[in-house]
Design a protein. Structure first.
Length: 317
C-alpha cells in the first residue's frame, strides 16, 4: 500500500464528506458541531488557511500545544517537496517550523504532544535507509531524528505518530514493505529505541493507525491487512511486547480493514472498518466487549447510511 493510499485510509472514515475539503489542502474552523452534521439551514465553515505547496501540501491531523497554538504536518510540499511541520494560531496565522529534505525524513504522518512538552512524530519515508524515521521536534522548530528505520528487525515505513503510555515511553507501529514485516516499537523515556514485537502476517500486517492505550494498560493495534482471512485484525499487546490476543476480521458483514477504535467508559471497544458491511437498510456497528471476544453488531435502524467500496457507515438520529 503506497503512502497516498495510507493517508486516504487513515482519513476516510473520520468524515467522508470532508474529503474534498482536505484534498484542497486547507485548514478550516467551526464554532458549533451543527456545522459538521448539517441542519436545514446552510452552514458556513470558514477557511483559516490555504496551503500553496511552497509552504506545504496535504495537511494531516492537528494537535494543540500547551501554548494554545495548533501544530501539524503536511505530508508533502514545502521547500523540498517532502513535507513540513507547522504551527498556526486559531486566527489562521501559519508559521513553518521545519522543512523535511529526505535524509531527515519525508512524508511525515502527524504529531503527538508528550509529557515533556515536545512533539514526537514519524515520517513514512526518508532517513538513512529511505524507510522512515522517528523524530522529536520542539516548539521552536529544532528537530532531532531519534531512529532511522532500516527494514530489518526494526521494521519500515511508520505510518502514524507514536502514542505515549503511562510509563512515559512512546509506542508505535510500522506498515512494513508490501504490508509485510510490520512491527511494534518502543522509545523509552531514557531515549532507547527497541522493537518489542515482530508481527506475523497471520496475526496482522500494515499498522497504519496510532496505537490505542487500553484501560488495562495494554496496547491495541489495528492491522489493515493480514490476519487469518487477510481482512485485517485487532491486536492486544503488552508494553513488554507480548501478543495477548488477536481478533481477525472476517470481511463480509463483519467488515475488513479496521480504521478506528475507541474504548468507552464501560470498557467496551467500538470501531469502524473501511471495507465490508451489510449493503442494506441497516448499518452495522462493531462492538467488542473484549478484544478476544467474537463481536456482535448493533443495528442502526431508520437512519441515513452510505456505502462506498462495499463499506457501511451510519449515524444515529
Amino acid at each position: 500500500m503506497n503512502r497516498i493510499a495510507l493517508a486516504n485510509l487513515a482519513s476516510k472514515n473520520v468524515s467522508r464528506f470532508l474529503t474534498s475539503v482536505l484534498a484542497a489542502a486547507v485548514l478550516f474552523g467551526f464554532a458549533e458541531m451543527t456545522a459538521l452534521v448539517g441542519t436545514s439551514q446552510a452552514q458556513v465553515v470558514p477557511t483559516l488557511f490555504s496551503f500553496s505547496g511552497a509552504n506545504g501540501a496535504n495537511p494531516l491531523a492537528l494537535t494543540q500545544g500547551r501554548d494554545g497554538l495548533l501544530y501539524g504536518v503536511t505530508a508533502s510540499g514545502g521547500t523540498h517537496g517532502m513535507g513540513t511541520v507547522f504551527r498556526m494560531s486559531t486566527g489562521g496565522e501559519l508559521e513553518t517550523l521545519y522543512d523535511f529534505s529526505g535524509p531527515d525524513g519525508s512524508d511525515p504522518n502527524g504529531l503527538t504532544l508528550a509529557s515533556d512538552g515536545n512533539f514526537y512524530g514519524t515520517a513514512y519515508n526518508g532517513g538513512n535507509f529511505g524507510l522512515g524515521i522517528l523524530f522529536k521536534i520542539t516548539t521552536g522548530g529544532a528537530l532531532t531524528v531519534l531512529h532511522h528505520f532500516s527494514g530489518g528487525v526494526d521494521g519500515s515505513h511508520p505510518a502514524a505518530p507514536p502514542s505515549q503510555a503511562a510509563d512515559n515511553s512512546l509506542y508505535g507501529g510500522t506498515a512494513g514493505v508490501f504490508a509485510e514485516n510490520s512491527t511494534i516499537f518502543k522509545f523509552s523515556s531514557s531515549g532507547t529505541f527497541s522493537t518489542i514485537l515482530s508481527i506475523l502476517s497471520i496475526d496482522g500486517s500494515d499498522i497504519v493507525k496510532p496505537l490505542l492505550l487500553a484501560q488495562d494498560g495494554t496496547l491495541i493495534a489495528l492491522a489493515g491487512g493480514g490476519g487469518a482471512r487477510n481482512c485485517g485484525s485487532i491486536l492486544k499487546i503488552t508494553t513488554s511486547g507480548v501478543l495477548k490476543s488477536t481478533f481477525s476480521l472476517k470481511c463480509g458483514t463483519t467488515g475488513s480493514e479496521p480504521t478506528g477504535l475507541l474504548q468507552a467508559a464501560d470498557g467496551t471497544f467500538y470501531g469502524t472498518t473501511y471495507g465490508g458491511g451489510a449493503l442494506g437498510a441497516e448499518c452495522e456497528v462493531l462492538r467488542i466487549s473484549r478484544i478476544s471476544d467474537v463481536p456482535f453488531r448493533l443495528p442502526c435502524r431508520n437512519v441515513p447510511y452510505q456505502t462506498q467500496n462495499q463499506s457501511c457507515a451510519c449515524r444515529r438520529s
